[in-house]
Ligand binder design. Sequence first.
Ligand code: CO8
Length: 381
Amino acid sequence: MTGTSVSSGAKEVYLTGTGLYTPPNSISNEELVESFNQFVDLHNAEHADAIAAGDMPALAHSSAEFIEKASGIRSRFVVNKEGILDPHRMTPNISERPNDEPSVMCEMALIAAREALKTAGLEPEDLDAVICAASNMQRAYPAMAVEIQSALGSGGFAFDMNVACSSATFGLQQARDAIRSGSARHVLVVNPEICTGHLNFRDRDSHFIFGDVCTAMILSDQPGPSESNFRVLDSRLQTMFSNNIRNNFGFLNRGDETGVGKADKLFVQEGRKVFKEVCPAVAAQINDQLASLDIASGDLKRLWLHQANLNMNVLIAKRVLGRDATTDEAPVILDEYANTSSAGSVIAFHKHHDDFDVGELGVLSSFGAGYSIGSVVLQRC
Ligand code: CO8
C-alpha cells in the first residue's frame, strides 16, 4: 500500500474560510449513562428468567468515569436529545421531511457553509463546486450536495462522497485537484455528520463515542480577504481495507429481511484493534509527508488531528513531534464534541488557527474506517 501525494509545479490552492454548525443540545456522560443504565435495568428485569437460566447474559451498566478515561469524551452535541435519552427508544427522534422541505443535513450544511463563505469573502454564486463529504448520507439521491448547492443558490456542479472519518480531508484533496486542473476556482467542502442516527445507544462499548455537527471549508485559487488564509502545501491520502470498523447498512439489506434489525447494521468496531493499527500508520504517513517536503516536525506549530480518542491523539502527536505535545500544539475538542467523524479535525482547525503568523505551518489529519488516512500540510499566508 502506498500513499498518493499531489504537489509541486501546479496552481497554488488556499483554504480561505471555515464554518461550523453546532446543534443546540448537548448530552453529558452522566446523562447518557443514566439513560443507558435505566435501559439495562429494564432489559435485565424483562429477561430475568432467561438470565437466571443461563440462556442469556445480563447486560452490565455503563460508567461515566470509564468513558472519560478510555476516550477523553465528556459530552456530545446532538440533533435530538429526548429520543436518545428515552430508555425505551434510544435513538434520535428526527421526523422525515416532505420532499419540498430542506433535509436535516442540508439545513446544517447551510449554516456552516454560509459562515465559511463569509470568511472567504465569497457569495454562493462564486462557487464552482459543492462537495458534501460525510460518513452517512440522509438519502441516496438526489445528492445531498446538489440540494445544498440549490439551497445556497450556487452554480457549477455538486456531488456526495463518503470516506467515513476521513471524508473531509479526502474532499479537500478533490477540491484541490479540481482547482489545480482548472475545472473550478472556488469549491465548498461541507461535512454534515449526524453520527447519532447510526449509533447503537444500547451497546455499552460504543454508545458514548459519537456526536452531531457540521463543518465547512472553502478552497480557492487565490487568498481570501480574511487574516487567516492558509496555503495548501500538500495533501496525502491512504486507504487499506479493514473489517474493524463497519457500517453494513445498505440498499441491499431489504433483500434479506433476517438482517435488517441486527446490531451490525449500525456502527460496529473492534476499538482496541483500531487503536493499535491506525495510530502508527497515521504517524508514519505524516512523518513521511513532512520528510518529502523537507519540513522538520519541530517547524510545526500545530496538529489539527481527527478527534476520535484522546489517547490516540496523544500517541500520534508524540510519534510525530518526538515528545509529548502540549494542548496548544494538538488541541482537543472531542471532550466537548465527542467523535464527530469527518468534522473533528476541521472543528479543531476552525477553533484553533487565529494565532498563526504568516509562514507558520500545521497539519490537518483525519483517520478512520476503511481504514483511511488523510493529511494536509497548511501554511499561513
Ligand atoms: N462503561 C464501563 N465499562 C465499559 C464500557 C462502558 N461504557 N465499555 C466497555 N467497558 C468495559 C469493557 O467491557 C472491558 O471490560 P473487560 O476488560 O472486563 O473485558 C473494559 O471496559 C475495557 O474495554 P475496551 O477494551 O473496549 O476499552 P478501550 O480502553 O479499548 O476503550 C475505545 C474503548 C474508547 C472504543 C477505544 O478502543 C478507542 O477509542 N479506539 C479507537 C476507536 C476509533 O477511533 N474508532 C474510529 C471509529 S470512527 C470512524 O471511522 C467513522 C465511522 C463513521 C461514524 C458514524 C456513525 C456512527
